[in-house]
Design a binder for this molecule. Structure first.
Ligand code: SAM
Length: 271
């Protein structure tokens, strides 16, 4: 089985403990090494630190809800885990190389035996669901006591969140192809996937839901979308324009709110 180890040894990323003696590529998944340096990468590293510290030693049972071809988990976690992926898209299931078991199914309705998993990861998926509550209830049920849920999702109140939420799918495909340079965008099994933005995608609502359902929020961070540094490198004029729009929009927001914080990570722990 290929657990998707990256081959890039040149990326400088801070490591901790024993990991510091190893090359980044033997510790971090390709998804992290591919992130431009900045907020997104820092937040994912912080989330990895929490997973390493809180998950129990020994073999882990992990449920990846909405698989895809790339894992966002630290390799020290992935390498000692039995990973079950559920995805609704046959091509995505076929693209997946790191799962031990793949299931073609809908995470809003698919049920596992209660208390099966140490970790549920749902990364870049909840924005695509019509019923986020149903999926979260299934995750809680499938989780062991003390188990974790890691969610990565877009912030619907950010600049990119608002644009994504209110623009048609063809625009998302155009953006991926022409701004991000992904020639295969929109082809079967390839991002972007249609979005719904159920109200529970909002981080504050998700946190309220978590507290009401016996889940403790142990990590939360809104961070600058990696699209900004990506665009600054690929399309500097467009990036400068969007940065200027963001600066003006931020003037109308309270405190230190920044509309560039387009994504978030949250880790929930089942009490
Ligand atoms: C943007 S991709 C993210 C894939 C992967 N987690 C990642 O970050 O690379 C969204 C994934 O969610 C899956 N998906 C969307 N709705 C789903 C549902 N109701 N049940 C299961 N999978 C779903 C899609 O097929 C796709 O694989």
């Amino acid at each position: 089985m290929n657990k998707n180890v990256a081959s890039d040894f040149n990326t400088a990323i801070p490591l901790d403990g024993v990991d510091a003696l190893l090359s980044p590529a033997s510790v971090h998944p390709k998804s992290l090494l591919d992130l431009p340096s900045g907020d997104a990468r820092e937040s994912l590293l912080a989330a990895h630190g929490i997973l390493r510290a809180v998950l129990p030693p020994g073999k882990l049972a992990i449920y990846e809800a909405g698989g895809g071809s790339t894992s966002f988990l630290p390799l020290s976690v992935l390498d000692r885990a039995h990973v079950t992926v559920v995805d609704i898209d046959e091509d995505q299931i076929r693209n997946n190389t790191y799962a031990d078991k793949t299931i073609l199914g809908d995470i809003q309705s698919y049920r596992f035996k209660p208390a099966t998993f140490n970790l549920v990861i749902c990364y870049n998926v909840i924005e695509h669901l019509a019923d986020v509550e149903a999926a979260l209830l299934r995750f809680c049920e499938a989780l062991k006591q003390g188990g974790l849920i890691l969610i990565g999702a877009p912030n619907p109140k950010s600049l990119s969140g608002v644009v994504t939420k209110y623009s048609p799918h063809w625009f998302h495909v155009w953006f991926y192809r022409h701004v991000r340079g992904d020639r295969h965008a929109g082809e079967p099994g390839q991002a972007p996937f249609p979005t719904f933005f159920h109200p529970l995608v909002s981080l504050s609502r998700l946190e309220t839901f978590a507290r009401e359902h016996g889940l403790q929020v142990i990590y939360r961070r809104e961070y600058e979308s990696p699209r900004f540094p990506e665009m600054r490198a690929r399309k500097p004029v467009l990036a400068a324009l969007l940065d200027a729009i963001a600066v003006v929009a931020n003037l109308f927001l309270p405190g230190k709110a920044d509309v560039r914080r387009g994504d978030y990570h949250v880790i929930l722990r089942k009490r």
